[in-house]
Design a protein around this ligand. Structure first.
Ligand code: MOS
Length: 770
């Protein structure tokens, strides 16, 4: 096959438009709360107005008598839920089971009525009195209460969040060093689409349309809470208007909706109001990060210490794992990373936009910039002098790493050489101009996934897996993978996701979906293609009867001899002749020994991936085990008003090595989205708590500031070509998070360059600059 033909068949990687774009812009994409449901009634939550204490009394009589009300459920009359057998962070709170109050906005009741208006009105009539205690909120004043979190689920995905290599005290001896404290505030996800659930029962069978990034996880929790089998629970999430991690675990309202539906024997719809999304659907925990860096005068790091303290709720331990990237980012013999938690009367924090790396990179990459100034070195030069040629934490080679190239290409395209390194040396009229840079990184996660591929005799294919599309393009890339692999045009392939009835895939979080579900879709499509080809090769009435599998190929649904393209037939012709209506396969993929955790010997039966044809494995890794991460660099230019202290980001450039890019258009949009949130994090986002009441005072989109169009400059992004044979079968590292990582540090570093003022506390608001 010549090169031109080859390229014509290539669909993966092409910047095609979103296959769900038409549904989205015409309003025909149905989100969870929009699923037409006959006989549906409406639920409205009642939430606690204190942050700590106990409900003394709760008066529901007026609500019960209000028009249209079908039920008022509180801890006094709620059905008893089973003890959960599976307790990811955020699930320990007994839901409407007890009078104890642990945070402001905790759900204390639900009102179900025929209409939303009736439910809202009646919910306003529920009166609770409390025995109130002084809440504990602000963590900065209570650092002495910090504790070591137990191993288990956290933003770091489990395992220990502390690590030590070498001897940090020795590494600090007689070297150039900096020691600083960086803070990041409470942040909320603020997805456009509010959390919502429609729940309905038929006997012991529960169906839930839910705004979730993880249908399988929701199913597991609901089955457990109601004491029914997982097979009896169906969870559907076909479209999401963003999630940013807040839809990764399930929150009490989903269980409450199911509880209410069972009670009133009608389908129940429950949609959270915007302020309710600030209290009980997670947030990014605030961090206080102490960083010590030491280096030789030549700029070689000799010690790194990164100690993070963040808060968690009274019942659950969730760690914002800010230090994890510090373990592997730079070559350094002595590195200590620790995480401590402090309890507060808050809802449980959760994954938020690159959990750990987004907050951690602000501290680490600001500190590197500070050290560069102290050493009188260019900050990119300092990074290159400490380039980690292998993962010194895992002690494995990288599966691939293009960080050096992203620094180089990014600097060139950005015009970094034009930067005068002296702070406050560059101006544009009255504005102080600053350039800043920071590294980006995120783990290239890959988990077991499965997919179904079906070909119909009319020429269409259907491909399914229980992954999700947060709005980021999953429908599109999966369609591309299936179409190219099957040898079909994109418009012949329909892709379905977001349903526990489909073959399972991991939750859409931690930049896992494209890698995992994508590899499963490719595996299923390959198996289906082979099956169809085999059927033709074995049929003596086929023009390609008797040829070997390697002697044929497929294009536009037609199987033909490679050395004689006129000798062939279409899938449809073949199936029609054979009288077959449908051919269906299910395939699975899972990580193999290339991802063995340190100290865990891989078993002999494990192979890298489960795909047969991943190409020959190079021998860089003696053990066959690799470390898997994406890397990149963010460059930015700011203009600071010297009188007002206002910061305007003038341009941002991102450059990344993320393995295989599955769709250049949606990938670019992902990076733009990450950078937009990075600008937002750097300059605006902060949830304020009133320390006396434990209440978030800006729980709305009017007062929780986030970046809008006027805050966003020109954004340029580049992907360095990276062919990674080890990361997973599809070769994509996952790009859900890396776009935000380092952006806040790049901006903070640019602000320092512009003004000579180092702001170590996000967000960088005008009061911190004047
Ligand atoms: Mo992402 S914060 O893992 O949804």
């Amino acid at each position: 096959m010549n090169q031109a033909q080859n390229n014509d068949n290539k669909i993966i990687g092409k910047p095609i438009d979103r296959v769900d774009g038409y549904l989205k812009v015409t309003g025909s994409a149905r989100y969870s709360a929009e699923i037409p449901t006959e006989q549906v009634v409406h639920a409205v939550l009642c939430q606690s107005t204190i942050a700590r204490g106990r409900i003394r009394s709760i008066d529901t009589q007026a609500a019960e008598r209000a028009p249209g009300v079908l039920a008022v459920i509180t801890h006094l009359n709620a059905p008893r839920l089973a003890q959960l057998t599976w307790l990811p962070a955020g699930q320990s709170l007994p839901i409407l089971q007890k009078p104890e109050i642990y945070y402001y906005g905790q759900n204390i009741g639900v009102v179900v009525a025929n209409t939303l208006e009736q439910a809202e009105y009646a919910a306003g009539l529920v009166r609770a009195t409390y025995d109130e205690q002084q809440p504990v909120g602000m963590m900065a004043q209570r650092l002495n209460e910090a504790f070591l979190p137990p191993m288990g689920l956290s933003g770091g995905g489990g395992g220990s969040v502390d690590s030590l290599r070498g001897d940090v005290a020795r590494g600090l001896d007689g070297a150039v060093s900096i020691q600083q404290t960086y803070t990041t505030p409470i942040e909320h996800h603020n997805a456009m689409e509010p959390h919502a659930t429609i729940a309905m029962w038929e006997g012991d069978n529960l169906t839930v349309y839910d705004t979730t990034q993880n249908v399988s996880g929701v199913r597991q929790v609901l089955a457990s809470a109601f004491g029914i089998r997982q097979e009896n629970v169906r969870v559907v999430s076909r479209f999401l208007g963003g999630g940013f991690g807040s839809k990764g675990l399930n929150w009490p309202h989903t269980t409450i909706a199911a509880m209410a539906a069972r009670q009133v024997k009608r389908p129940v719809k429950l949609v959270l109001a915007r302020p309710q999304m600030f209290t009980s659907t997670g947030h990014r925990a605030p961090t206080l990060q102490q960083i010590t860096l030491a280096a030789t005068p030549a700029g070689k790091l000799t010690a790194i210490r990164h100690a993070t303290t963040s808060h968690t709720s009274m019942l659950d331990d969730f760690v914002e794992p800010s230090g994890l990237m510090t373990r592997m980012m730079y070559s350094c013999p002595n590195v200590e990373v620790s995480h401590r938690l402090i309890r507060a009367n808050v809802g449980t924090p959760t994954f938020t936009r690159a959990p750990g790396e987004a907050s951690g990179s602000f501290a680490l990459e600001s500190a590197i910039d500070e050290l560069a100034y102290k050493l009188n070195l260019d900050p990119i030069e300092l990074r290159n002098r400490n380039y980690a040629e292998r993962d010194e934490h895992e002690n494995h080679p990288w599966s691939s790493k293009s960080l050096r190239e992203t620094y180089r290409l990014g600097a060139e395209r950005f015009g970094w050489a034009k930067r005068n390194p002296v702070p406050r040396s560059m101006r544009d009229g009255r504005y102080l101009v600053g350039y800043g840079v920071a590294s980006a990184t995120y783990p290239a996660n890959y988990r077991a996934a499965s997919a179904r591929a079906v070909f119909f005799a009319d020429g269409r294919a259907l491909v399914q897996t229980g992954t999700h599309d947060l709005g980021t393009g999953t429908y599109t890339i999966m369609t591309q993978i299936a179409a190219e692999t099957l040898g079909l045009p994109v418009d012949r392939v329909r892709f379905e996701l977001g349903d526990t009835r489909l073959p399972p895939s991991p939750g859409a979080g931690g930049s896992t979906s494209a890698a995992s579900a994508g590899s499963a879709v490719q595996a299923a499509a390959r198996t289906l293609r082979s099956r169809l080809i085999e059927m033709a090769l074995r049929d003596e009435n086929s023009p390609i009867f008797g040829l070997g599998t390697s002697a044929v190929t497929v294009e536009s649904g037609r199987i033909f001899a490679r050395d004689n393209p006129s000798r062939g037939e279409t899938y449809v012709q073949m199936l029609t002749r054979l009288g077959e209506k449908v051919v269906e396969v299910v395939s699975s993929v899972q990580p193999g020994r290339e991802r063995a955790t340190p100290g865990t010997p891989a078993t002999a039966s494990q192979k890298p991936g489960t795909e047969q044809d991943r190409g020959t494995q190079a021998s860089e890794s003696q053990s066959g085990v690799y470390s898997f991460h994406s890397f990149g660099a963010h460059f930015c230019e700011v203009r600071v008003d010297p009188d007002l202290g206002t910061v305007q980001v003038a341009r941002v450039l991102g450059c990344y090595g993320v393995g295989r890019v599955l769709n250049l258009k949606t990938a670019t949009s992902q990076m733009h989205g990450g950078i937009v949130w990075g600008i937002s994090m750097a300059l605006q986002e902060e949830t304020y708590m009133d320390a006396r009441s434990g209440r978030y005072v800006n729980a709305n989109l009017g007062e929780y500031h986030l970046a809008v169009n006027a805050d966003i400059p020109a954004i340029e992004t580049y992907f360095v070509e990276e062919n990674d044979p080890y990361v997973n079968p599809i070769g994509a590292k996952g790009i859900g998070e890396i776009g935000i990582v380092g952006v806040a540090a790049a901006i903070a570093n640019a602000v320092f360059h512009a003004t000579g003022k180092r702001v170590r506390s996000l967000p960088i608001t005008m009061d911190k600059l004047i």
